[in-house]
Design a protein around this ligand. Sequence first.
Ligand code: DIG
Ligand code: MN
Ligand code: MN
Length: 400
Amino acid sequence: MSQSNTRYPKDRFAPRPEDHFTWGLWTVGNTGRDPFGLAVREPMSAAKIVRELSQLGAYGVNLHDEDLIPFDATAGERDRILREFKGALSETGMKVPMATTNLFSQPVFREGAFTSNDAGVRAFALQKTMRSIDLGVELGATTYVFWGGREGVETNACKTPQDGIKRFREAMNFLTSYVRDNKYNLKFALEAKPNEPRGDIFLPTTGHMLAFIYTLEHPEMVGVNPEVAHEQMPGLDFSHAVGQALEAGKLFHIDLNGQKPGRYDQDLRFASEDQKGAFFLVKLLEDARWDGMRHFDSHAYRTEDERGVWDFAYASMRSYNILKDKVAKFHADPEIREILRALEQRGTTPVAGVGPGVKYDRALATTLKAHAFDAGKLGARGYDYERLDQLTTEVLLGVR
Ligand code: DIG
Ligand code: MN
Ligand code: MN
């Protein structure tokens, strides 16, 4: 790539390894093929991707087994590919924090993998995943993502939702036991998506995944990997999914990208569409001092050549850093601080003994039931949110 710095300025928004930006090999390696068109870009080797991303300031790469080792690779080819990949990693210092299994491309998974109606397919999916976990651990991964792209149905006549959920649970219990048996330092992150490529995918949102995790034998090993586009496809607020996961201590990984509402999974450049949503997401992660990888699961427009791919990658990371700066401006803005201070006081001043962290006791319940509220007065006062949101918008538009 070796572009001049004018194209990728090394200013205060430039990505640096300490920002912990990571990329799936399949993202910048996306050749632009889609259901209606052939590839428009040449495939790139994993080693090339590592070197180019390192030059842009990324921290690491992530991979599905087949992003690195082709499904039909011979043992010799596998060794050569691994040797070259590890060479690029040690040459650049790039890491591999996350790995995952491709349980969606091969025809064998046409009817699902862990939830297939064919016991042989379910057995093969377990085998493929154990081998892929071994590879991920060998490369240094400490997080393992499960995205059940084929775990769903087009017709509910073929299996019940209980069948799907029970089989997925069996697989998670089997594989968490495999990790424990091998004493791997590895946590699982479940990634939800409502549909595509299946007509409906089981456990369609992060909320469904959070409920499912508590039914597992080792829930402490399992968290979530929410993806922006996947929560926005059904019209949900992504930062709410992330906030619930954070609050539950289950945000083990994240897939950052962009999405237009009501469309197929676009996996667009981060913050290229919903800048306000991206701002509140970055604010959530930074205010929580979340220490996870800022991972991108996105790809360049099909219109782009290789240079456009690196433009896309650099811009994704740069936009995250620009939004981090906007979060700092939000917190430093005197008018915003004043509104939030007044809200904080209004929200924490106990009334009739009820304040933050209220806990039941009989005396309190008695007092509260007897308290004379003036609901009219209580409801008359506004909350200043129009001004607060306008001030936030002006921070985002760069005039504050
Ligand atoms: C798609 O959003 C999925 C797959 O790319 C992969 O399994 C996972 C990793 O982040 N995201
Ligand atoms: Mn996606
Ligand atoms: Mn994803």
